[in-house]
Structure formats: structure tokens, C-alpha cells
Design a binder for this molecule. Structure first.
Ligand SMILES: [Zn+2]
Length: 438
């Protein structure tokens, strides 16, 4: 009953007809010319800054000084770049309302994967906007109003200790079957596959790690699961995992880029290009000195829609590079080359050099019978591959994986393989595929 209430409220308050109508107008404008979106950006930016100077103490000296023209240049010239460390260390200056959330605000938390989490206060209207941007992106992936979705993300829909199906929740208000990511394993995959197929959804929304795991398990148990499109986001999607997901589950995959701070939103279109949404926020890409760059640089964003706590020129840990070629899809939004970062952990080889997680995924290509896996650095000179085997696993599979690591990833590694009964998710339901434990 409580669960029903939660999803009903979500539907009424956030995922409502206002969000739908906003999404429709976003879609209507998405192919209009660049000048129109730049004009809108100026309007939104002006509103955000005007609010920020009144509610964020650090900016109070700029009250009355926000110009109505060339606002972008003004923000660059007058507002410093801030980051998570700054928010954490100087709460008095960068939080509204003395750092205490008002009862009608919601509080978002950044995931703690890359250090300490930070609270972000959000107003109600921004939550409706957030859903509108997602609806628009879903539409790029072929979603139509009232279509059914399978959801495989962080939702806590089943108590962790539950050991028999159903491991899912049918949300009657949002037309989605929400699966418990935490319960998918060798023993339960058959139940999951039956439930997914019986529900008859054409779209899957998932954490990349969960979609990858679903595809691995479906394949090793010879179960057929096919979707018309798959929407991933909230974690890094590794290219090798994307290939595996589309090969087994259908697709294509439409990855989106977003974060709890909500200072940037990107979505892949049908041409696989990542568009940065100009109506969501003002995004800059800057070098290590904070200057704009055409090379790979840090993503800095200024939120447009959260007036409870406008984040101005907030630097993320992620990096990207502008792409200056137009996308064949015809949308006027700028695009970036692949967004890097949010990787969280980095493993080092015997020489202390970082090894890209994307490269590590290569070792798993062609290796079967793994229900779940994790690569961890347990000592300065030692990596451990943890594997939850499927029933048909043999030593050959493990040997191949270890050999692939040396052959395809780096010869400067000291690796062992460990078979384990399970590998736990983080409390958020996200899954740490690469784990630095030294
Ligand atoms: Zn495009």
C-alpha cells in the first residue's frame, strides 16, 4: 500500500500532464534554429542568476547587477567556478536558507562513489522539468505516451532479504514494471525473464551495469529477451558493454547523461550522438585553468530550473570535448564526443600507471558463463577478478579471462581469479564494476 502511494504521488506531483506538455514543447522546438535556443538560454540564465544573488550568500554583492543582455558573458566574467569540495567546505556561503531545506523542497544527494556525498535542495517545479527532459529523450528512443517500460535501476521495490519472486513491482500509474536490480542472479533469472516477457514492454530503462548483467544472464541461460530500445544512464556505459547489451537484448541503446546536481543533461539521439540540452542548463567545457577549451575539458554547468538552489558554474568531475560537426538528426542542440569520468575508481598496473576501465572491459569479450564480475585492486601489486559463476562455468572460462587481461589489457599485471557466491551492489543500487580497494 505504501508503495502504491509512493508511485501514485510521483505520478501526480512530478510525472504529470504538466511534464508531458513541457516535453511536447521541448520536442516541438528541438529542431528550431540555434539562435532561438540561445535566446531562451539568456532568458533562463538571467532568471537563475537573479535568483542566485538573492538566495546564495556568496553572490549577494551582485544584487541589482545582472544585465538583461549578454548574460552568458556576464556569468563567465563575474561568477567563479565552484565544485563539490567548495559546497561541502563552505556551506554557509553556497547554500540557501542557512543550509536548511525548507519543508516543501526535496533533497537530492550526489552518489558517494567519488568521495563524500553532498545535499542539493530542489524545488517542486524543477522535478517536473526533470521528468519533461527525460520524456523528451525517451521519445527519441521511440517511446510513445502510455507505452510500457521495464525499469532496472535503483528502485527499492522488494526487501533485500526476500528470496522468492515476485522480485518486481508493477506500477499501475506509470505503466512500468520495476525490477529489483539487487535480486537478479543465476537462480532468479528465469523468473525475471518470464515476468519481462509476460509484461510485453518494448523499452528498457536501466543502469548500464544492470542491463549488461541482464544480457549476460539471459544469454548464459539461453533465455530470449528483446527490446526495441534501451535507455541507459547514471553510470558510465562502457563500449564493450553496449555491444553486448545490443547483441543480446536488441536495442539500440540511448544513453543519457545526468547527475544529482542537475547542471547538465545530455541524451543520445538515433545517430548515437550525445546532445547537450541547451534548455536544461548553460554548459561550458573548460581547461584546468577554468578557460573555455575546444579540447577535452571539465564540464561546468549552471542550472536553469532549480530556483531553490541555483548552482552557478558548478564544475563536475566528468570531462568531454565539444564536437563541432552537425548531427544528421537535425536537432539544433550542440553535441559532445563521449563523456568521460564518473568512473569513480581507477586501477593501477605494476608500474603505477592508471588502466582505463574501458580497456578492462575488453578482457571480458567472448568469455561466457559469468553471472557477475568485478575487477578489484586489492594490493598495490595485485588485482583480483571476482566472478559469480553460472552453472555451466568451467575453469577454462576463468583461464581465458586471466589470459585476456594479460593479452588485451596490460602485461604489467599480477592477477588472480576468485569465484564468489555474490557481489553486492552499492546502497544506491548502482554497481561498482571496477573497485579500487588499496
Ligand atoms: Zn542527433
Amino acid at each position: 500500500m505504501k508503495k502504491h502511494m509512493r508511485y501514485l504521488l510521483r505520478r501526480v506531483l512530478r510525472e504529470n500532464c504538466l511534464a508531458e506538455s513541457r516535453a511536447r514543447s521541448l520536442i516541438k522546438r528541438e529542431k528550431s534554429n540555434r539562435r532561438e535556443s540561445e535566446r531562451l538560454q539568456e532568458v533562463y540564465l538571467h532568471r537563475s542568476l537573479s535568483r542566485a544573488v538573492h538566495v546564495i550568500p556568496a553572490y549577494s554583492s551582485l544584487i541589482g547587477k545582472i544585465p538583461s543582455k549578454s548574460v552568458k558573458q556576464f556569468v563567465i566574467d563575474n561568477f567563479p567556478i565552484i565544485d563539490k569540495t567548495r559546497l561541502l567546505s563552505d556551506r554557509a556561503s553556497f547554500f540557501p536558507h542557512d543550509g536548511i531545506a525548507r519543508p516543501w523542497w526535496s533533497v537530492g544527494r550526489t552518489s558517494g562513489t567519488s568521495g563524500t556525498p553532498v545535499d542539493i535542495f530542489r524545488d517542486y517545479n524543477s522535478a517536473i522539468w526533470e521528468h519533461a527532459f527525460h520524456l523528451q529523450h525517451w521519445s527519441w528512443a521511440g517511446f510513445e505516451k502510455n507505452a510500457r517500460q521495464i525499469v532496472l535501476r535503483g528502485d527499492l521495490v522488494v526487501p533485500p532479504e526476500q528470496d522468492r519472486p515476485p522480485y518486481w513491482y508493477l506500477d499501475p500509474f506509470g505503466r512500468q514494471l520495476i525490477l529489483s536490480t539487487r535480486h537478479i542472479n543465476n537462480a532468479s533469472i528465469g523468473y525475471f525473464a518470464a515476468a519481462i516477457n509476460a509484461y510485453g514492454a518494448t523499452q528498457l530503462r536501466a543502469y548500464p551495469s544492470a542491463a549488461y548483467e541482464l544480457s549476460r544472464l539471459a544469454e548464459s541461460h539461453d533465455l530470449s529477451l528483446r527490446f526495441k530500445s534501451i535507455i541507459t544512464g547514471s553510470e558510465t556505459l562502457f563500449p564493450a558493454h553496449r555491444d553486448e547489451i545490443t547483441r543480446v537484448l536488441g536495442g539500440p541503446v540511448f544513453d543519457f547523461y545526468g547527475m544529482a546536481e542537475r547542471v547538465a543533461f545530455g541524451g543520445e539521439c538515433e545517430f548515437g550522438r550525445m546532445h547537450i540540452h541547451p534548455e536544461y542548463s548553460f554548459v561550458e567545457i573548460v581547461d584546468s585553468h577554468g578557460k573555455p577549451t575546444e579540447e577535452e575539458g571539465f564540464i561546468v554547468g549552471t542550472s536553469f530550473h532549480n530556483l531553490a538552489m541555483p548552482l552557478i558554474r558548478y564544475r563536475l568531475d566528468d570531462s568531454a570535448k565539444w564536437s563541432r560537426t552537425a548531427c544528421p538528426c537535425g536537432r539544433s542542440y550542440p553535441t559532445v564526443e563521449r563523456i568521460l569520468g564518473r568512473i569513480g575508481d581507477t586501477l593501477l598496473d605494476l608500474d603505477g600507471r592508471p588502466v582505463s576501465p574501458t580497456i578492462i572491459t575488453f578482457a571480458f569479450k567472448g568469455v561466457s558463463n559469468l553471472a557477475r564480475s568485478q575487477v578489484a585492486q586489492t594490493e598495490r601489486d595485485h588485482w583480483e577478478i571476482r566472478v559469480v559463476p553460472t552453472a555451466s562455468y568451467s575453469d577454462q572460462d576463468g583461464d581465458m579471462l586471466v589470459q585476456n587481461m594479460k593479452r588485451l589489457v596490460s602485461s604489467r599485471l599480477n592477477i588472480s581469479l576468485k569465484l564468489v557466491p555474490s557481489i553486492e551492489n552499492l546502497p544506491s543500487g548502482k554497481y561498482k564494476w571496477i573497485s579500487q580497494e588499496v
